[in-house]
Write a protein that binds this ligand. Sequence first.
Ligand code: 7TS
Length: 412
Amino acid sequence: MSTLAATGIKIDQIRAQFPVLHQLVNGKPLIYLDNAATNQKPKRVIEALARYYEKDNANIHRGIHTLAERATKAYEETRHVMQRFIHAKHVEEIIFTRGVTESINLVAATYGRKFLNAGDEVILSGLEHHSNIVPWQMICEEKGAHLKVIPVTEVGEIDLKAYRTLLSSKTRIVAVNHASNSLGTINPIKEIIDLAHQRQAVVLIDGAQASAHLPIDVQELDCDFYCISSHKMYGPTGTGILYGKKELLEEMPPYMGGGEMIKEVTFAKTTYNELPYKFEAGTPNIADVIALKEAVSFIEELGKEQIAAYELELLKYAAQRLSAIKGVRLVGTAPEKVSVQSFIVDGIHPFDIGQMLDARGIAVRTGHHCTQPLMDRFGIEGTVRASFSVYNTKAEIDSLAEGVERTINFMR
Ligand code: 7TS
């Protein structure tokens, strides 16, 4: 059994922390390789959720009773944890949202609505998830602004040369992902950010596929916005963050109106609360935010670098095993990748592969992965995608390769 390099921690010890992994699916031990969609939760995260509801459940920020104070303290602790996790300068730059989708919609609907004008341009890449396309399309349509798309190369990288030519004095916003969910490509975001700033454009980074795998230092990156989903970093679903530079967040109008985001309300006029509460209308997802702290501890105790190094080992092994199968073509072969491997099989629909693998207890993703324009770029309908987390093993990849081989033999 493998260990996490430099820590000596056995992967078996890590797997033992994930109750969901220890079950039979269709009579076979579960092999969970759909981690880019959502990864599994360690016991400490699940226990934090239960503990909160068993001991502390109360609405936050409003009550003066003990439970309300405990819940508020725990909720705000996670804000500090997330500040440290991404190296934000100020704690009020961390806004809790439902996740990346809501974070991007928030920026498009507030920053975009206030600062985009007719004729302005928003630049995206051809690697984006629909969540980082549609909100920009909606606001561009409303404001008469235009979307420009950075093309993607054959191996699945952003074409930086083309990006330079797309940038102009009309560029207001650049929105790209840190890593691609369909291909795994890690994008050169520092360079993308610096080039955009030379044109006074602001940059939003979709960090959905990065937070569990890559170091994030928003001050060093100098990005203007950074979005994270808790559920892709061993945390609960339904929460995540938007990081925004304080001076930008202060200039932005609120996203939703309601309780908590106000200072004073009269029927004549409402004044808004200060950051971060201006953007957190209503009762938030208290329990999940509190449990997210445990997910961060899980990552930090193992060490993000160690996790990434092990996942890279799995990725390389998977690429090698899969590409050796006759009829399999890897999609997304950039040199810098997170642990995502897409592939297609000549003459067999990805759904059929996915179903046959499921019958063997192997969970993979099939389809367009919410990146239809990217699939169009490669002239395909979709792919089969295997994505790896720290609890996966080479033996599981062997089973995947065997499953794919058997499917090919069965279907032909
Ligand atoms: N951006 C990227 C790069 C993503 O991978 C995802 C989710 C999102 C945005 C949206 O995140 P959410 O947490 O708001 O849903 N990606 C996937 C996936 O690849 N399969 O299922 C969800």
